[in-house]
Write a protein that binds this ligand. Structure first.
Ligand code: NAD
Length: 378
């Protein structure tokens, strides 16, 4: 059976869904691997590296021969025309709010898997694309913030005088926020952080940063069984804003990463808070694609405010560190695909009763099958 890895068509997507390492592993599983020419270029992987690992270098139309397609982003209508029905397509499908695209996947007859729905259970840790990519995004957010900041981050004591350490505040300490704390600490900044989940407090302390939060009864109950944050009440949000506004005014770099599953990102930094910051301060909003945590942040832009504060709203932040992101993403996909293969016959044998399959399978046999997206009239 054949696995095909196409070149991503989205201009904003430099990542690729296979690495030379995973090509070798796929071949060892019994697959013929075909990589579209140039697929890895923006992740600094050249065709000869794939070829040496055992892949054939092909063209976009080779997708028609594929039993499995590994991708970063959901294939669009034009791409789907060449897919044969029954092909397993594994990617970040981003189905929320994209009903027509989900319907197109069903119509093409492909078995589409949404990697971002992988359950966060021990067995699936190696397949967790949200974590592997958020971890790198948290790192990159600090690098982006530091490069927009006109001063040094570490304290520097020199014969010519002392440069003070930068103050960095991380808002939202899930996977991205924790890595942002660690990265800012490594660069010598004085780091504080906030979150609404009590579990975050200890993690922040263990990384050597100071935790700041409104720790009332609502805070104590803010974590869902799945480990995510709940949307907080208006009253809590007001208390949180009162606590953080004074703090933000004194910060040099603020990095926001706060998300709530299935909801718009919470607004944590108002325009007034941005206006209270010193000239040259920087905000990096990692939630910008989900509506943003910072008022005034614009997706895909670095905004400079009237008081000379920069608000960084880069799109696809893991893609800004694509060579690293692709290696981890490729391993996540391989780890999942390995569970879909019968080791004796060395062929695809998708067990539709498996919890990982049930959680991620979006379309199958011409229909939308994921419970969150099935339409009554189907
Ligand atoms: P996320 O991307 O959904 O959100 C980022 C952070 O924003 C979270 O920590 C959240 O609590 C915080 N947040 C939400 N609203 C906020 C507000 N109003 N103010 C301040 N902060 C706010 O989170 P994530 O990185 O996906 O992590 C979610 C959870 O999953 C965490 O508990 C994490 O430890 C856990 N996790 C578990 C596994 C695993 O077991 N395999 C893997 C990864 C993450």
């Amino acid at each position: 059976q054949t696995v095909f890895i196409p070149r991503e068509l989205d201009a904003n997507e430099p990542r690729v869904a296979a690495s030379p390492d995973t090509v070798k592993r796929l071949a060892a599983l019994g697959f013929d691997v075909v990589v579209e020419a140039g697929a890895g270029l923006n992740s600094r992987i050249i065709d000869t590296d794939y070829a040496s690992a055992g892949a054939a270098i092909g063209k976009a139309s080779d997708v028609a021969k594929a039993d499995v397609v590994l991708k970063v982003r959901r294939p669009g209508d034009a791409e789907l025309k060449s897919y044969k029905p029954g092909t397993a397509v594994i990617a970040i499908m981003d189905p929320y709010g994209n009903d027509a695209a989900v319907a197109a996947l069903a119509k093409a007859g492909v078995t589409a898997f949404s990697m971002e729905f992988m359950p966060r259970i021990t067995r699936a840790q190696s397949m967790d694309v949200l974590s592997s990519q958020a971890n790198l995004a948290g790192y990159q957010a600090v690098i982006d913030g530091a490069s927009e900041y006109d001063r040094a981050l570490p304290m520097m004591m020199t014969a010519a005088g002392t440069v003070p350490a930068a103050k960095v505040f991380i808002m939202g300490v899930g996977v991205a926020g924790l890595q942002a704390i660690a990265t800012a600490r490594r660069l010598g900044a004085v780091v504080t952080a906030t979150d609404v989940r009590p579990a975050a407090k200890e993690q922040v302390a263990s990384l050597g940063a100071k935790f700041l939060a409104v720790e009332d009864d609502e805070f104590k109950a803010a974590e869902t069984a799945g480990g995510y944050a709940k949307e907080m009440s208006k009253e809590y949000q007001a208390k949180q804003a009162a606590l953080t506004s004074e703090h933000i005014a004194k910060q040099d770099i603020v990095i926001t990463t706060a998300l709530i599953p299935g909801r718009p990102a919470p607004k944590l930094v108002s325009a007034a808070m941005v206006a209270s910051m010193k000239p040259g301060s920087v905000l990096v909003d990692l939630a910008v694609e989900r509506g943003g945590n910072v008022e005034g942040a614009e997706a895909g832009k670095v905004v400079t405010t009237a008081n000379n504060v920069k608000i960084v709203g880069h799109l696809n932040v893991p893609g800004r560190i694509a060579a690293s992101a692709s290696l981890l993403y490729a391993r996540n996909l391989f780890a999942f695909l390995e569970t879909l293969v019968d080791k004796t016959t060395k062929t695809l044998a998708v067990n539709r009763d498996d919890d990982l399959v049930k959680a991620t399978m979006l379309t199958d046999g011409g229909r939308v099958v994921h419970p969150n997206f099935v339409k009554a009239d189907q």
